[in-house]
Design a protein around this ligand. Structure first.
Ligand code: ZN
Length: 160
């Protein structure tokens, strides 16, 4: 079986930035299970895995435009501390869900200056080149329920 649209693919992966630092890895955990062709993973990695077979190893360098996008400085904004009611100890690096005109997204606190809190709505990996080292562990057909939901169920996937 080959990696193709609507197959469930299990991968072991290590992700490094251009400095060679490991940003993310499945090492020591379950392989990542995703539904191919359903935007569960970044477009560049999906393209690189298309047509691969179980046991294949793929090493690929993905530009930001095929990864988590370019950084957009307009997504940074300064908000007053009282916008974070109920949270006593705000810290740089904390992440929150925010509502905007484009739906829900994650914002990260990048600095705190007295009553002024700077939040950044860019994906933490926006602007980064993604260097993936991936091994395809398993490929199977998706169930009709998984296709309906657009994601994988069971081990390594959604538990619901
Ligand atoms: Zn589901």
């Amino acid at each position: 079986m080959q990696v193709a649209k609507n197959k469930v693919v299990a991968i072991d992966y290590t992700l490094k930035n251009d400095a060679g630092e490991v940003i993310d890895s499945s090492e020591g955990q379950e392989p990542l299970h995703y539904l191919h062709g359903n935007q569960n993973i970044v477009p560049g990695l999906e393209q690189a895995l298309e047509g691969k077979a179980s046991g294949d190893r793929v090493q690929v360098s993905i530009t930001p435009s095929e990864g988590y996008g370019e950084r957009n400085d307009a997504l940074q904004q300064v908000v007053p501390r009282e916008a974070f009611q109920g949270i006593d100890d705000l810290e740089v690096g904390m992440q929150f869900r925010a509502e905007s005109d484009n739906g829900q997204h994650i914002v990260t606190i990048t600095s705190i200056d007295g009553d002024e809190v700077t939040v950044d709505g860019n994906h933490p990996l926006a602007g980064e080149t993604l260097n993936f080292d991936v091994t395809v562990v398993e490929i199977r057909d998706a169930t009709s329920e998984e296709l309906e939901h657009g994601h994988v169920h069971g081990p390594g996937g959604h538990q619901h």
